[in-house]
Design a protein around this ligand. Structure first.
Ligand code: ADP
Length: 442
């Protein structure tokens, strides 16, 4: 580049020198220099004009090549040409990536839908047409909630909480079950992925039915066996002494089986039946008091110190049986896994996001690696300890399900040898105002 500038400068100097010489010969040097400058300027203007015309015609492929020029102008034209070629290559590279992305998402069995910040459809693939019934041409820029009118979808879409997917029947094929997963991106835009999970849904309901049926069928035989064993043990004196120990073990195991079947039936009911529309008004403090006194009685021999630290007047909307089952599971666990004389606290507290019920103990605690898996069915930290305490490994799975059905969640904090804290969080929509007290007239 420096070379071109030098030769351009030389050219200008040569022109001025030639004009001055000629001007001196003729006796009008200023006039000649002025002519030379005008000539130089018009040459520059001409090159600028060519550059401008070329740039204006650029989208025209036939005008691709820059105008011929030498010196500094040639260098400028070439530089712009190189830039323009590089940009074209980048654009075509991006376009081919975009084409490939669109082609591959068009070939997907999963529906892919792009929704803008106003909730209107921007783009969708072929599967969205077959699964959701979107029509090319007609539905572009339509509001997604106008096209998918299921109330559960509306609620899910507007909630902007997409950690869990939503399962609902397809709007056009009622026998298809679709799973919706939305991701927020950019400035309020949403990417919605929808897949057909009918087969999986069918298998899951077969599994749930199977577990429910098996547990139901096992209940009666186990109750009968358990009943006879209890009767035999009530009359130990009529039983040969060498049979007493085996009978006691059989009784212990059959009781365990009874507990497992009971918990499996509870879980299967929680999975297959939705929360009834008519829900109870639950006096949380009364419920916690009842659970506390039951645990105190059941674990009297362990001499725990139970404490209830609850804000007054807390009322919840939900199923009292389910919440009783969930909270008593947590309190009984605390008692089971806390050595004699330990402290167990039941606390509840209202805050801006809802209500927390906590069960805190200073018992054996749980190592960190087990915590994420505790709510899995049959997951036990220590098989022998859990069996000794009569555990089924299903208690926390029940707690998790019950809370989820009430829009809540379970958080677990624990340290080995220090104790555990189980926090049940209920959203504020579950809270009910305290009943108005009747004022006694004097
Ligand atoms: P289980 O019927 O065996 O108690 P759960 O599902 O109720 O089953 O609990 C799963 C496991 O979590 C238990 O086996 C136990 O090891 C652990 N666990 C639950 N609660 C506590 C607690 N309060 N302190 C220590 N460990 C606990």
């Amino acid at each position: 580049m420096l070379r071109e500038w030098r030769s351009e400068l030389n050219r200008l100097l040569l022109l001025i020198a030639g004009a001055s010489l000629l001007g001196l010969i003729v006796g009008k040097p200023t006039l000649f220099i002025l002519f030379a400058a005008l000539f130089y300027l018009s040459r520059m203007m001409f090159q600028l004009y060519r550059l401008n015309r070329w740039l204006e015609n650029l989208p025209d492929a036939s005008q691709d090549e820059p105008p011929e020029a030498s010196g500094i102008w040639g260098s400028i034209f070439d530089g712009i040409y190189r830039l323009q070629r590089r940009e074209r290559q980048a654009v075509s590279h991006l376009k081919s990536i975009l084409d490939k992305a669109q082609e591959s998402s068009a070939a997907l069995e999963m529906a892919v839908v792009m929704i803008n910040h106003r909730g209107n459809l921007e783009w969708w693939n072929k599967a969205a047409e077959t699964l959701l019934g979107f029509r090319t041409g007609q539905d572009k820029h339509q509001g997604v909630t106008n096209l998918l009118r299921e109330p559960r979808f509306f609620e899910y879409f507007e909630s902007r909480k997409y950690a869990e997917p939503l399962r609902i029947p397809s709007p056009i094929h009622k026998n298809l079950i679709l799973e919706f997963q939305i991701t927020l991106f950019g400035e309020g835009e949403r990417l919605m992925l929808v897949r057909d999970v009918s087969q999986m849904h069918k298998l899951e309901s077969m599994r749930k039915d199977f577990v429910g049926n098996v547990s139901h069928e096992l209940r009666t035989p186990i109750t009968v066996i358990n009943g006879y064993l209890e009767t035999l043990l009530d009359h130990k004196d009529t039983v040969a002494p060498r049979w007493v120990k085996p009978l006691e073990q059989m009784h212990q195991q059959s009781q365990r089986m009874e507990n497992i079947v009971r918990d499996l039936l509870t879980l299967s009911r929680l999975e297959t039946k939705s929360l009834p529309k008519e829900q109870d008004r639950i006096d949380l403090n009364a419920l916690l008091r009842e659970i506390k006194s039951e645990a105190e009685q059941a674990f009297a021999q362990k001499s725990h110190q139970f404490e209830l630290k609850s804000e007054p007047e807390l009322y919840l909307k939900g199923s009292i049986n389910e919440l009783y089952s969930a909270l008593s599971n947590l309190v009984f666990n605390a008692a089971k896994y806390t050595p004699n004389g330990g402290e167990i606290t039941l606390a509840s507290r209202q805050h801006s996001a809802g209500l927390d019920v906590e069960v805190i103990d200073n018992g054996v605690g749980i190592a960190e690696q087990h915590i994420p898996r505790l709510t899995e069915r049959f997951y036990r930290v220590d098989e022998s300890r859990s069996t000794d305490t009569g555990g089924t490994g299903l208690g926390l799975a029940i707690v998790k399900h019950v809370l989820a059905r009430h829009g809540g969640s379970l958080e677990i904090y624990s340290k080995p040898e220090k104790g555990s804290r189980f926090v049940c969080h209920f959203p504020k929509e579950r809270l009910l105002p305290a009943p108005v007290q009747a004022v006694k007239s004097a």
